[in-house]
Design a protein around this ligand. Sequence first.
Ligand code: ADP
Length: 454
Amino acid sequence: MLNKISTKLATSFFIVVFIMESFFMIYLHRDTINTRVEDEYSRLLANGANHRYVLTENYSDTTIKHILLMEMNAQQDVIITNKTGDIIGSSNRTNNLLEIYQSLRNDLDIKEDKILVSDWRNSPYIVSAHPYKINENQFGYVVMFHSTRLINEMVDEMNMHYIISGITGFIVLFIVYAILSKVLTRPLIRMKEATEKLSEGDFKVTLPELGKDELGELSFSIQKLANDLEHLKNERNEFLASIAHELSTPLTYLIGYSKVAMRKGLNDKDREHYLEIIGEESERMKDLVKNLLDLARMGETSFTISKEYFLAPPFIKNVCKLVLPSFEMKKINLNFVCDENFEIYADPIRLEQVLLNLLDNALKYSNKSSEVTIIANRKDEKTVISVIDTGIGIPSDEIGFIFEKLYRVEKSRSRAYGGSGIGLAVVKELVEAHGGIIEVESKLGIGSTFKITI
Ligand code: ADP
């Protein structure tokens, strides 16, 4: 359920944003309201103080009238009282205001300006009181009333704004979720489907290019894996087809010649001849199967090379001794050149296999009375062994392919010279397993040189 990734991300994102947004909103909300209310308190106190000052300086009915007149507006009202709290002037005579005043009357015993009612949420007015004093007998209070309707309206409006921005936040989060799901989840789902296809053996997978980020790299790797697997599958099929073909040719001969050899009335000489052919073909098949086994083993990781130091001249002499009878039979000279006595660092069994293969080829692809030379020497701490023949050579456009499995120059050659096209593939694998290289130079009709450096 890859879908969950975007949900998880969106949920985490949502929680973080939600906490942050709530924190800021609550903070802003409280701060704005507090500032606004504080403003109202200060203004109310300032107005009241102003009236008190005017009244103290110039106490008269006219002054009282003026003060009342000044506060006859919708938001603010004033009540002026005498020392016992009786009203001597009011800008508003509604019962509501008077009732509130009556309920506050007992709180009036104050020495300086004071907010009497500050509960703007529940009370219709915030109220301040300002004591004035003309002389010892003549004093009283200016009581200011400020309607809380506007503040409450402002708070309601602000709440509305916050609700709207909250909803907008949700919508934005949803859009982020949708985008995340498109940008992140979809490609992941496609990759998951692709890997499932791969595990089912279907390597024909096409993933879109996603750019250079981690997702893009993952997608690229899966695509590359799919392409490689497809390539390997094709190669394996081709290889199997070639092997089947390789095995079926000698088998056809074997069946054909064995039928002929079984014929009644055949003289002993002919039968011997056919049995000889059967023997030769069986040998070829044995070689082929042996080489295939080597090749298969090389593909395994368990295939290891155990290197050791050994002297070059006796080792190569011994290899030459092994092949000499076949060379003599074909009347081909085998020369061995090794000027210095040095040590080779390699796996002797594998190196012998390499040289036997190269010498076998040199013999196979040389005509009677030609020469094969094996030269061994040291160069830059490495061993260089060359097998040089003056045989039929390899066409220049085919040189590049001779190390491929089952590759043979001109199929017609194989009948004339034997061979299955595996020898050089095995040689190359073995040399490379030693960390070495193999090079070839060849001219058609002049000869070939195979040089290994390990
Ligand atoms: P094969 O078993 O057919 O010899 P190899 O892998 O050993 O297979 O060689 C591949 C092909 O390279 C051969 O079919 C042959 O045509 C060519 N080749 C290899 N060695 C020589 C050589 N010394 N001279 C000419 N051709 C060669």
